[in-house]
Design a binder for this molecule. Structure first.
Ligand code: THU
Length: 149
């Protein structure tokens, strides 16, 4: 038997549904005049709080921020640094047709605060269609704070 917990052991159905609904609700706040690609995220902290995030673009392009990092930075800026899961949804004009996977920069931000084995990334299209990955599946052999000890 594996020592690693499955996501079903870690997250309840209610938590997953709440994260999906919260991420979808964030789509309406996405500021995307350049790509029109709206992304919503919902980050579950270990204390039970859920932090929403949306992507925020910029005319200079570079300063744009992904939905996932918006959610992380909201939480960390309030002193919350321990997390269990994040849900991500996205699509052109906010229409959800396929799974939106986190960019490499966002995976690295997750690596800073989360366990590669026990932080869960939920990619959703709607409340019924979703896939769940461990951080280490999406960022194999990641470089994190432990490497600097
Ligand atoms: N984007 C996110 O917010 N999260 C991702 O994981 C992928 C990409 C945003 C960045 C940009 O505003 C738009 O989607 C198109 O790349």
């Amino acid at each position: 038997m594996s020592e690693l917990r499955t996501y079903e052991e870690k997250l309840s159905d209610v938590q997953i549904q709440t994260l999906i609904r919260t991420a979808i609700a964030q789509l309406s706040y996405a500021y995307t005049p350049y790509s029109n690609f709206r992304v919503g995220a919902a980050l579950l902290a270990k204390n039970g709080k859920v932090y929403g995030g949306c992507n925020i673009e910029n005319a200079a392009y570079g300063p744009s921020n992904c939905a996932e990092r918006t959610a992380f930075f909201k939480a960390v800026s309030e002193g919350v640094k321990e997390f269990d899961a994040i849900c991500i949804v996205g699509g052109k004009d906010g229409v959800l047709e396929t799974y939106t996977s986190p960019c490499g920069v966002c995976r690295q931000v997750m690596m800073e605060f989360c366990s590669p084995e026990d932080f869960w990334i939920i990619l959703a299209v709607n409340e019924k269609d979703y896939k769940v990955f461990r951080l280490k599946e999406l960022l194999p052999m990641g470089f994190g704070p432990g490497n600097l000890i």
